[in-house]
Design a protein around this ligand. Sequence first.
Ligand code: BGP
Length: 466
Amino acid sequence: RVKKLPANFVWGGATAAYQVEGSTQVDGKGKTMWDDYLKAQGRFSPDPASDFYNRYPEDIKLAKQYGLNAIRVSIAWTRIFPKGYGEVNQKGVAFYHRLFKECLDNNVEPYVTLHHFDSPKTLFDDGDWLNRKNIDYFVDYAKFCFKEFPEVNNWFTINELISLATSQYIGGNFPPNHHFDVTSAIQAEHNELLAHARVVNLYREMQLPGRIGLIHVLQPIYPITETPENKHAAALYDAFLNRFLLDGTFLGHYTTETMALINEILEKNNAKLDIQPGDMDILAKAAPQNDYFGLNYYQSQFIQAYEGESTNQFNGTGEKGTSSFKFKGVGEIVKKPGVPQTDWDWNIYPEGLYDVLKRVARVYPNSKTIYITENGLGFKDHYEGPDQIIDDQPRIDYIDQHLEAILKARSEGVNVQGYFVWSLQDQFSWANGYNKRYGLFYVDFDTQKREIKESARWFKELADTK
Ligand code: BGP
């Protein structure tokens, strides 16, 4: 076993504005694509979430106390520009200055994402990423933030472009809940890449001293057995989830092989992708200008060939075995015997993280430095009573196994410089609500009291002893 963390390793906890802040209707904040949607759905409310808007000093103190030297936060676009553009909301601006100051005063370095699944409602209603006008608004918002927050040195443009695109338009578990709308999904992927690339190019033009990149969640896809059909299914789905975005980000173009796979999916689904003149120049210019790469990893998937109609079932309740996914002309997701799964049917497969790290380093050298910006276990933690340590051994095992995969890749030359656990404290999960917990710190959502989990103590020991 390779077991040593490097001395200067970035060791953080991750959050996202809408999942922790709460206070969605105070101090002039505008609505996101989620507010009315969640209300109509009636399952759970984004308020007060983890009440981070008011309790951030407490959470940052906990982070520091438990050995963390970094935190991932995101700026809620709608606190700054309630309508997505136009007038600036100074109370929102002031909040983020306070937050960053608190981080820096405590030596917890903030890594800041500009867009984490929370498009302004006005822009969402107007097509979200499918409307190119909204890319202009995103660039304006980014520019404002770069000027306004010089105290931030580590930026990410967009979090998990693919999760947004596929949850909105393929799986249907994010608004606007389309199922297998392949045209919208692939277009959203391309347009989000454009938005990212334009902001990277802008950041370089502004000659700012910090670092900028984006965050992809990578999901390795393995054929369930090594038949030619299953291997082709894996190649197709991989192109749709990973390869198209990695090519666009770090090569600055989509390779012929990637486009052959994408076009096969588009043809089989009567879908199309619109690439406009100039788009590829923007991507090509940005590709070598990323400073680093945020890689999120949770799970790998196993697939077999499938030619029938598309159908899917999303497990948003934690009732094991209730999910299914069949993508016409691509493949059917299947369970691999011997690979454990969480209550939400996510495979626990640390080998996938090792494989994908090796792949990124080999195929995409422009990724430069890699930070694992999310990794963690969704789990139904058991509350033990006030001031009682919560035993979350399965989470410790999960993190331990994935760290081992990271350290193995590092020992073979992959340049991983940090790890952010998802998540710092328990928070609101978009399509699952509050029973899917990830935190090092337990949040009693009724009282907002924080409790310590064993994983936090384990995390601290690792920080201390490396
Ligand atoms: C990532 C997101 C996070 C977070 C995490 C866990 O996709 O970047 O925002 O939610 O996954 O996912 P979930 O909450 O669906 O379990």
